[in-house]
Ligand binder design. Structure first.
Ligand SMILES: [Zn+2]
Length: 466
């Protein structure tokens, strides 16, 4: 079911905005009358277009596969083909692919293949503190066609992930932050041999007392390292596990590391067991970013979570706040299922789902309740936000969606609200907006909800202007 069977049979339908170079398509296989009209057509791909190889990831009873489009062996930036499979059959395909054969200018490719190996050197001139994580050559779409360009992911001095697009003459074309924050601001052995108990807060300091909790899945190398996640610190105080019991002062940075390991494990358990989603990489979690300075850093990007300790003015003890750790961990699930972006309405959806799954797990709508110092919490989903209140500000707009989902939970119950949200998310893509979200939500919910619940949901959507 995995191998990229030539899925260039596409599809067409609703809301396809035609951009100059790309066509956007969605196709549903559905026998349900709630589904959109099914119009299938053959997409005759130009000769040199190929989807990338990609493994499908398990997501509940479905499997999800994301592919990029390659032209003459080079990836085309911002293209994708998302396929959802069930029982080895594609049930949903969404894509952003070139609308016609593009003329490919490969003149500079040879020198670029040499330069990509030393791109670090060129970027150093731009900012000497940048550390290159990944560099590759891509086709970059522009108004005048597509051009070869370097795509570089680098870490800046603040430990943030930044993407640079650089032309063949080494001029920086653009630069942007890649991560999903909490607010504006190769796998190890699978055998878990060691059972270690740690004295921590099972539900965070606000709602639990210190208890001895078994740390799940440690590989036994003396660090906080499992097949699924590795927790490290930039502080000098690093956890070293010897024996089967660890106990640290709750004010210490070592305590933070153990507490975060536990919160991340809890969330990954829920992602796997409750939602049936397999995260195909080990999460790299780094704490005390900026140490010895105290920062309010909290973000996720591409398998990496970065947390500061809190500056004691806005936040304190960020690693001990379950809502922030859960939120960043759920970004990994959202990335695997939908690759939602970090900007625009898609960015607001990304934050909304991270907050909503977090609130479900906490069984509380309050975010950053134990770490935020300026108020009782940073955000609450227990509010009414109308669709018409949209401002374009990502975290504000995310509340329009997350508070809607939270209200749905009151109609549907926790379990069903989670399943409907998961399935809705699995039908979203890097170009989804609020309209796409609500279409998918309306389509998915009757599969789970009773007739009465469906009527209640419709009334709720109407009240909030959807
Ligand atoms: Zn976030």
């Amino acid at each position: 079911m995995k191998s990229s069977r030539s899925l260039l049979l596409l599809f067409l339908l609703s809301g396809c905005a035609k951009k100059s170079l790309f066509e956007e398509h969605q196709w549903f296989h559905t026998t349900s009358q709630h589904g959109p009209p099914l119009i299938t057509q053959q997409f005759s791909a130009p000769e040199n277009i190929r989807p990338s190889e990609a493994k499908a990831i398990r997501a509940g009873s479905a499997e999800i596969q994301f592919q990029e489009v390659f032209l003459a062996g080079i990836p085309l930036k911002s293209s994708f083909i998302k396929t959802v499979w069930r029982n080895s059959q594609p049930i949903f395909i969404s894509s952003r692919v070139p609308s016609e054969a593009l003329s490919l200018d490969l003149d500079r490719l040879k020198t670029m293949e040499r330069d990509v190996l030393t791109i670090q050197f060129f970027l150093k001139k731009y900012d000497p503190l940048l550390k290159v994580e990944k560099a590759r050559i891509v086709w970059l779409p522009s108004l005048s066609g597509i051009h070869l360009s370097f795509e570089v992911t680098a870490l800046n001095a603040d430990g943030e992930f930044v993407e640079f697009l650089i032309d063949p003459d080494h001029q920086v074309l653009s630069k942007r932050r890649l991560d999903s924050g909490f607010e504006p601001a190769a796998l190890n052995s699978t055998t878990s041999s060691s059972q270690v108990f740690a004295r921590i807060f099972p539900l965070g300091p606000k709602y639990s007392q210190l208890q001895n909790i078994a740390l799940s899945g440690l590989v036994g190398d003396g660090t906080l390292n499992s097949r699924r996640a590795k927790v490290t610190t930039l502080s000098a105080e690093k956890v070293q596990i010897a024996g089967d019991q660890i106990q640290y002062d709750p004010d210490s940075e070592k305590f933070d590391q153990v507490q975060v390991y536990h919160f991340v494990s809890q969330t990954l358990d829920s992602i796997e067991k409750q939602y049936g989603v397999e995260i195909p990489f080990q999460l790299d979690v780094q704490l005390h970013v900026g140490s010895p300075q105290k920062t309010n850093t909290a973000f996720y990007y591409g398998g990496h979570i970065r947390l500061g300790r809190g500056d004691e003015e806005l936040y304190r003890k960020i690693p001990q706040d379950p809502s922030i750790v859960y939120h960043e961990t759920y970004h990994a699930m959202i990335e695997v299922l939908a690759k939602l972006p970090n900007e625009g309405e898609g960015g607001a959806l990304n934050e909304a789902f991270a907050d909503f799954f977090t609130a479900l797990q906490l069984d509380s709508p309050l975010l950053a309740e134990s770490s935020y110092l300026k108020a009782a919490y940073k955000r609450t989903l227990n509010e009414t936000h109308l669709l018409s209140e949209k401002t374009g500000q990502k975290y504000h707009d995310s509340l329009i969606v997350s508070s809607l989902l939270w209200e749905c939970r009151k109609i549907l119950g926790r379990e069903m609200a989670g399943q409907i949200s998961l399935k809705t998310l699995s039908l979203l893509t890097p170009i989804s907006d609020f309209r796409d979200f609500i279409e998918k939500f309306k389509q998915v919910s009757p599969e789970f909800a009773s007739a009465q619940q469906t009527r209640d949901l419709q009334a709720l959507l109407q009240r909030r202007g959807w």
